[in-house]
Design a protein around this ligand. Structure first.
Ligand code: MG
Length: 272
């Protein structure tokens, strides 16, 4: 009986280790990642494959820092007010704090009270300085469109991680075209255009979600299709949902700052 219990415990521990991926992490050329994960649908790389090429570095210029919101934008964060946000899990008051006009990640994801469909989004983020941690542990947060589709926020300035999890990447799917990161401590911009996915009556995706992302004035995603909701160690999967959803910001236990967040609904075509 005791032996059975011991064996069961050991098996459970092994299963937990495999599920958490701790034992399977591999490092290639200074990049920690995984090669026991599913292949991407194009069959070239594993999800979070450390061998996948790093996005080439492009030093950004200036672009939309401190951009004044257009007249028809919904201002989600102006440096003071958190009334557009709630805790994703509880639906209650956010635990994130406003410090000197910046919104600092707290415990749990932050989610908007408003829901949005096709949109234009502007936000600014700042990675902690001095930087702490490496790879996915270095200033990790994220912008979740419709609460499901993540554009990674990470400090990849002079720091490597698996390409599909680097800054500006569609997490676990499509790396950014280039690495346009500014140093930690500097404000950086994301200007995003997002088109919601569409589903047929059976829940099958008919048009995927598309995203264009400009980081610090540099295009890092060019009308790229999502393969589905983003997830750790998963190539992405669609589950049918409606035409609007909240924006969410990720808490990954790193103190990332946000400011100047505003959004405009935008039609895919002008079809009056
Ligand atoms: Mg993230």
């Amino acid at each position: 009986m005791k032996k059975t219990l011991l064996a069961t415990t050991v098996l459970a521990l092994v299963a937990v280790t495999i599920l958490r991926g701790g034992a399977a992490e591999v490092t290639i050329d200074g990049v920690a990642g995984f090669q026991d994960t599913p292949m991407q649908p194009d069959g070239k790389w594993h999800v979070h494959d450390p061998a996948r090429p790093q996005p080439p570095v492009v030093t950004p210029g200036t672009f939309s820092e401190n951009a004044k919101p257009p007249a028809d934008a919904t201002v989600l964060f102006d440096g003071t007010d958190l009334s557009h946000w709630r805790d994703q899990r509880t639906g209650g008051e956010p635990t994130w704090k406003v410090v000197d006009g910046a919104l600092i990640t707290g415990r749990g994801y932050l989610q908007t009270t408003n829901e949005f469909g096709d949109l234009q989004l502007h936000l600014e983020f700042r990675e902690p300085t001095p930087p702490k941690g490496e790879g996915q542990a270095r200033g990790n947060s994220g912008v979740f469109l419709m609460g499901k589709y993540e554009i990674q926020v990470l400090d990849c300035y002079n720091s490597k991680t698996y390409a599909d999890g680097a800054t500006g990447g569609i997490y676990g799917q499509h790396p950014a075209l280039v690495n346009a990161c500014r140093p930690p401590g500097k404000w950086q911009t994301y200007d995003i255009v997002f088109n919601v996915p569409h589903f047929d009556a059976d829940g099958k995706v008919t048009t995927p979600a598309y995203i264009t992302v400009i980081q610090n004035g540099v295009v890092v995603q060019n009308h790229q299709a999502f393969r589905g909701a983003t997830n750790w160690k998963s190539p992405g999967k669609y589950t049918a949902h409606g035409h609007i959803g909240p924006l969410a910001l990720q808490d990954h236990n790193n103190p990332v700052a946000y400011r100047n967040i505003w959004v405009r609904p935008v039609a895919v075509v002008n079809d009056p």
